[in-house]
Design a protein around this ligand. Structure first.
Ligand code: HEM
Length: 136
């Protein structure tokens, strides 16, 4: 992937991560999208969940640079957990996920603009595509 896009994503991620409200807002927006989503998180410890998601958003930087199968290394286990054998997260739920994340970035990053939006979208779509390829 274009190094400039990864840089824009990474810098925006740092600005967002420095605000503790970022992932709280993400889960508020995401869970409000559909009762089907809220149902999947009904027993979730959100402090732990936010930590885990923060880790995978950072891992995406390494994964999309894809130096020697890093996508596989960082996302294989996560993809398995979200697959039909695990949480059962189908493609329609990823649309809500991405829209919710982009909305939380827009609220949180003071330097948000179209370039920032597009960088998040491009990086996340690589991760989402990989996760969905392992769904069935
Ligand atoms: C690329 C997109 C996504 C990423 C990077 C991501 C990341 C994560 C991470 C890091 C965890 C913690 C895994 C663990 O406990 O080891 C997790 C758990 C989970 N994710 Fe996702 N996720 C994504 C999309 C989704 C979507 C679209 C849904 C749909 C509802 C979803 C539902 C869940 C559920 C139900 C859990 C388990 C929560 C619990 O432990 O109670 N995820 N996700």
């Amino acid at each position: 992937m274009d190094a400039e896009v990864v840089r824009i994503y990474e810098e925006s991620l740092e600005r967002c991560s420095s605000n503790p409200r970022f992932l709280e807002r993400f889960y508020e927006i995401f869970l409000a999208c559909s009762p089907k989503i809220a149902e999947k998180f009904k027993n979730t410890d959100f402090a732990r969940q936010r930590e885990a998601l923060n880790g995978s958003l950072h891992a995406m930087v390494l994964a999309v640079r894809d130096e020697g199968g890093l996508l596989e290394k960082h996302l294989a286990e996560l993809a398995e957990k979200h697959s039909s054998r695990g949480f059962g997260v189908g493609s329609e739920l990823y649309d809500y996920w991405l829209d919710s994340l982009l909305a939380a970035v827009k609220e949180t990053d003071p330097q948000y603009d179209k370039r920032v939006h597009d960088a998040w979208e491009r990086v996340m779509l690589i991760g989402i595509e990989y996760m969905l390829s392992r769904y069935a």
